[in-house]
Ligand binder design. Structure first.
Ligand code: XIL
Length: 326
């Protein structure tokens, strides 16, 4: 039998996986044996939990939470605010009027209070806001509906609402490409602003949708150090390692070589993380290569294999590299 990754890393890190209602049924045993934490791949997003104003649906997410609790697994909450997977009503005005700041903030408050309240004491860490950084904007914040209707302080408010609803939950900003210098500078600036205003933020979620070709392990190391210096906790929240370059369907080598490179790089990353007590969890964005989001809208000739288990649920070289790095 395959040894347990979660057990190998126990006491150092939580080892997590993004799951949905389907794979907790079909792969429950594999998930429970191998991982010590779960996150809902989609079931806790605003579109899923409040599709219409005031109509909350927690059935799908509750099933994941029950599964996790019955196997003593930790639960990450993802996500309370995003510019995607969010129903349009959240930003719309009433009776054809333009949306106004107070109305949208009141909806955000109710959404966050209800969801965080529902999982109070069960979800230990929340991605309060997701993908809010845009290094091309003067204030470093994405020019999305939240920003347009509320203004930049929607971020502060989201954290304050979440903290009020569950003071014990750890609160994170979750972001992609945090290793890119301009993006990283912006994220640091936004976080320092939050800290200066006394906003309750505990950590940074680094999505880490990476490739076998980039970024370099040193860049990840430097990135984690930069946020640890701000007194923050780091988590790798959505790691997967594509065999391709982003938005490029060309395979640059044989699959065999690319999978060997993937294993080596996964091992290098996990060994580097030993030097980071600031990193408390690493979560893979999926369980097996059969259902990775990277193949979701991909053309037929593009078959990515970014995870630790192959399409049959068998451990890959990547798995053994992460196991042996513990
Ligand atoms: C993705 C899911 O994996 C897909 O199933 C869904 O269609 C779109 O969202 N960054 C995030 C995640 O923060 O929520 C995204 O998840 C992947 C990118």
């Amino acid at each position: 039998p395959t040894p347990s990754l979660a057990k190998a890393w126990q006491g150092q890190l939580l080892i997590g996986a993004a799951v949905d209602e389907k794979n907790i049924k079909s792969q429950g045993e594999l998930i429970a044996n191998q991982f010590s934490s779960v996150v809902a791949e989609n079931a806790m997003k605003p579109m899923a939990t409040e599709p219409r104003e005031g109509e909350f649906h927690f059935e799908a997410a509750d099933a994941i939470v029950r599964f996790a609790q019955s196997h003593d697994m930790a639960i990450r909450g993802h996500t309370l605010l995003w510019h995607l997977h969010t129903p349009d009503w959240m930003w719309q005005g009433r009776n054809g009027q333009p949306a106004d700041r107070n109305l949208v903030l009141a909806r955000l408050k109710r959404h966050i209070e209800t969801e965080v309240g529902h999982y109070k004491g069960q979800v230990y860490v929340w991605d309060v806001v997701n993908e809010i950084i845009d290094e091309k904007q003067a204030d470093c914040l994405r020019n999305d509906k939240w920003h347009q209707v509320v203004g930049p302080d929607y971020v502060d408010e989201a954290f304050r609402y979440a903290h009020a609803a569950d003071p014990a939950a750890r609160l994170f900003i979750n972001e992609y490409s945090t290793t890119e210098p301009a993006k990283q500078r912006c994220l640091i600036r936004v976080v320092q602003g939050l800290q200066a205003r006394g906003v309750p933020i505990n950590g940074i979620g680094h999505q880490m949708h990476i490739s076998v070709f980039y970024p370099r392990v040193e860049e990840i190391d430097q990135t984690l150090t930069a946020f640890a210096r701000l007194g923050l906790e780091n988590q790798i929240t959505e790691i997967d390692m594509s065999l391709y370059k982003w938005k490029d369907n060309r395979l640059y080598d044989t699959r065999e070589n690319l999978l060997a490179l993937q294993a080596r790089r996964y091992g290098d990353i996990m060994r580097m993380i030993h030097n980071h007590p600031d990193v408390t969890a690493v979560t893979w964005w999926g369980v097996t290569d059969a259902s990775t989001w990277l193949n979701q809208d991909a053309p037929a000739d593009h078959h990515d294999q970014p995870l630790l288990f192959d399409a049959q649920g068998q451990p890959k070289g990547a798995f053994w590299a992460v196991f042996n790095a513990a």
